[in-house]
Each structure stands twice: as C-alpha cells, then as structure tokens.
Design a protein around this ligand. Sequence first.
Ligand code: SF4
Length: 380
Amino acid sequence: MDVSLVVIQPTSLCNLNCKYCYVPNRKDSSLINSVVLEEIFKKVFSLELKEERIEFLWHSGEPMLAGLKFYENVVKLQNKYNTNNITVRNTIQTNGILIDCEWAKFFKKNNFSIGVSIDGPSFINDINRVTWGNKPTTKKVLEGISNLKEEGITPGVLCVISRKSLDYPTEIFDFFKNEGLHWIGFNVEEIENANEKSSLNDSEGVSEKYKYFISRLYDLWNENIPKIEIREFVDTLNVINDKFRSPNYYRKPDETTDFKIITIHKNGDISTYSPEFAGMPSAIHNNFVIGNILVDEFESLPENKIFKKIKRDVDASIMNCAKQCLYFDLCGGGFLSNKLAENGSIKSTETTSCSLHRKIMTDVIFEKLKKMPNKPIYNQ
Ligand code: SF4
C-alpha cells in the first residue's frame, strides 16, 4: 500500500470561528480516544510502505486543543511502534493562537513541522479569521509565530484568498516577507461542507481581479527567488517542466491516488482520497467512511464495497476531466470535494478552484514564461 500521508483529526473543536471554515461540529469538544490513537500507529507502522517514510498531518478543528500531553503521548507511541525506524514527519496545521513558549519548545525538541493559517496583514486576515465573539486574531497569531521563531522554527503559512485579498497582492506578499515567512501556500475560498458560499462566487469581475492578483504576486515572487517559495508557482512550474521533458506526462495528484492519503476521524473511521471528504455527507458513498481502524485492517480496504464505489466515481471524474479539460495534463483532475460540494457530483468537472487556481494560474505563468524565454524554469 503506497501511503505517504496519514491525516488525523484529533478533534473537530476550534477556538476560532473563521467565516469560510468548512469543518463541521467545531463546538464539539470530544477528542480522539487513546485506543483509537494507539491502533493507528500500530497499524500504520506495520504497513509495508513503498518509501521508507510517512507523514502524519494533525489537522481539522484546532489540533492544538488536544493539548501538549496528547502530543507527548503521540511521540511516545510512534517511538514504540516504529520498529523499522522509518522516517516520520509530524506536521500540525494550526491557527497559531495557542503557540506559547512551552509548545514551541516541544515542537523544536520533537522536530514537528508547523503550518500556520493566516491570510495576510490584519486588515485582510481579520475579515474572516475571527473568534467566536467576532474579535480579530492577527495580533495573537503573530505572537504565536514569534514564539516559534524564538526556538528557531519558521512555520510555513497557508493563506486563503477571498474577494478582499484580490486588491492587495503587494500588501499580502510584503507582509509575509517582512514577517520572515518564507514558504507560502495559497488556497482559494471554497464552497465546501459547512461553508456554503464563497465571496469569490458572489461578486462580478472576479476572474480579471484574480488574474491581476496572481500576475502581481508572481512578479514579486520572481524578484525574491529563492528566498521565498510560493507553493502554487513552484508546483506549476515543475509540472510544466515535466511536460516539456516528456510529452506523455500528465500530473497524478495524491488526492486522486488510491490510499496515497489516508484520513482517520476521531472515532477511528477511515477515508481516502481528498482529506476534505472526512465529514462530508454523501449517502451513496457512506459519507466516505470505508472502514474503522479498530476493526479493519488496511490491507482489506481495497476490497471494501464502499471504497470500490468511491474509486469508480474518482476514476470517472479523472476520465471526464481528461476528455473535457484542456488543462488536464497539467492538472490531472482533482478538487474532488469541491466537485461534490459545488456541482453535486464527484464525476463533474469544472469548479471555482479549477477556473481560478488552476486555469488562470497556469495562463498567467505561461504568459510570464513567454516574456522570459531565456529564463530557466524554476525546478526544486
Ligand atoms: S482544472 Fe478542473 S476540470 Fe480541469 S482537469 Fe483539473 S480538475 Fe478537471
């Protein structure tokens, strides 16, 4: 089984109420129980992994609300069951509010990677990223980042692009640069699960404004290579590079590859493909639950009837994309949870993420490359 990423949702509880959040049950304070947790490590470390490394991503709700003792136990259990000494990476995707000196020391000591969610300077970040009492959060998040830096940790950041962001590419880029944040991933505000509308779908002229945003961001990034890495530009340029090298190449996203990503819910339920499937209602797919860690072996999951039904739909989605979309080779299909949330079917094709984050992004990058024919394509 070619698993490279295990996404674990220790709780759906969150201390913030971000306006675009897709996670359901964010006031439910229940935690993953210790039996489920131990079973995860017992079974994951007994898998024959193709590559001798595995990443655990602690995600969904605010994972730090599980508490420091919880993660101390995680490290203990990983050490206990990792008898083949494979390389383990733990990544926490957090809103950053709870990072104090004690947490920062723990992350440093145990080599955790940290991703902090922040959408830019306070006049943008505080529009959507607010407390349950609708209070701003930027100051507190920057304190958390500062505590990490004290320990020599520079977190990556995830920045959600909403309608307001589109007018401020320079301010957003300069903010991250001035804060010394070198790795940035951008997501678009999506319709998904609990988030039923997006500011990017509601307003006129979004495509033109998005194009301007990406174009400006690309120029700023280009002036700052290699000090700053923007995930979308690096990924797209690498894919273009691969396509030039081999005309038969097409991208194969992890989210469409069987069992490349496994998501484990706090009750032990197991999903695969897109991590956002976890908690997504879909009666025909058994809400994307294909087993439970307490009773099922990973090896039996490929034969599971629900998995086979989901797989048929994912494969059909990829086929439809390959037939209908000019960008297929550079995209490979994907955005599965967006397809279901926006179009009502995994087998559908274009979504907001496709038209903005894939198509306009690719067009802008091609335009830039045409103007710089002698400049080598960025490759990691
Ligand atoms: S951009 Fe969208 S429609 Fe096109 S291949 Fe990718 S997922 Fe499919």
